[in-house]
Design a protein around this ligand. Structure first.
Ligand code: AMP
Length: 221
């Protein structure tokens, strides 16, 4: 009887943690690399974003590299819950999708696809606030500039970019690259890892598949 009880208890634990996750990727993007592609971009209604790395998202992930998505259709994005954060989000989490918009669609997509998978840890307001707080603690552009790496259309080694971010932020980043309209490889996204509380950077348990050559462009914006 006791064994049966313990068995059902552990089964229950497996079922109820099935939606949990192991860590977050906190992903920042270089707007210059989002905008100079074949697809191009549209500036938000608030105007051209500052030439700084901006937030793409805070994504729950598993240690094996896979990730959950769209975890709770009953908990859709509600713009009223982040009214107090909107101004800050427009600055540091700008939408670049076309047609030009205020950002709510982009943030809603991020919450519905990724945020709902961390709802056991963070409600909607804490989810966006956590991302903004992490952003303050990880100044990617400054880390690069301190190492002489500038958004000046020149090529830099991926190794030097990684080292500069490691020195500035304290943790090894994952990098993602894309191609500009002429096919030049450029740095597009920087991944840092965060514990399941959404508060502290950690060393990444696993990195996204590297999509960068040895030398990549850092385009101006
Ligand atoms: P995700 O679905 O969160 O993995 O992110 C990929 C989606 O986000 C793609 O549809 C991208 O086009 C979109 N995306 C990435 N960056 C931005 C941005 N700054 N503004 C609007 N959409 C974006």
């Amino acid at each position: 009887m006791k064994a049966l009880f313990l068995l059902s208890l552990s089964l229950l634990a497996v079922v109820s943690s099935a939606q949990d996750f192991d860590f977050f990727y906190f992903v920042q993007q270089w707007p210059g690399s989002y905008c100079d592609t074949k697809r191009s971009c549209c500036y938000p209604v608030t105007g051209k974003p500052d030439p700084i790395f901006t937030i793409h998202g805070l994504w729950p992930n598993y240690n094996d590299g896979s990730y959950p998505s769209n975890c709770d259709r009953q908990n859709d994005f509600d713009a009223r819950e982040i009214e107090d954060l909107e101004k800050t989000m427009q600055k540091y989490w700008p939408t670049l999708a076309c047609p030009s918009s205020d950002g709510l669609k982009f943030w809603g997509h991020e919450w519905d696809k990724h945020g709902t998978c961390a709802e056991s840890q963070l409600d909607q307001h804490s989810y966006f606030l956590s991302a903004l707080n992490l952003y303050k603690k990880a100044n990617i552009l400054k880390s690069l500039q301190d190492a002489g790496i500038e958004p000046d259309d020149r090529y830099y080694s991926v190794e030097s970019i990684k080292q500069a971010i490691k020195r500035g932020v304290g943790f090894t980043p994952g990098l993602e690259c894309n191609k500009d309209e002429s096919g030049n490889q450029q740095i597009s996204e920087v991944y840092l890892c965060v514990d399941t509380s959404g508060q502290e950077f950690i060393e990444c348990p696993t990195f996204p598949r590297i999509s960068c050559r040895k030398e990549v462009q850092f385009p101006s914006f």
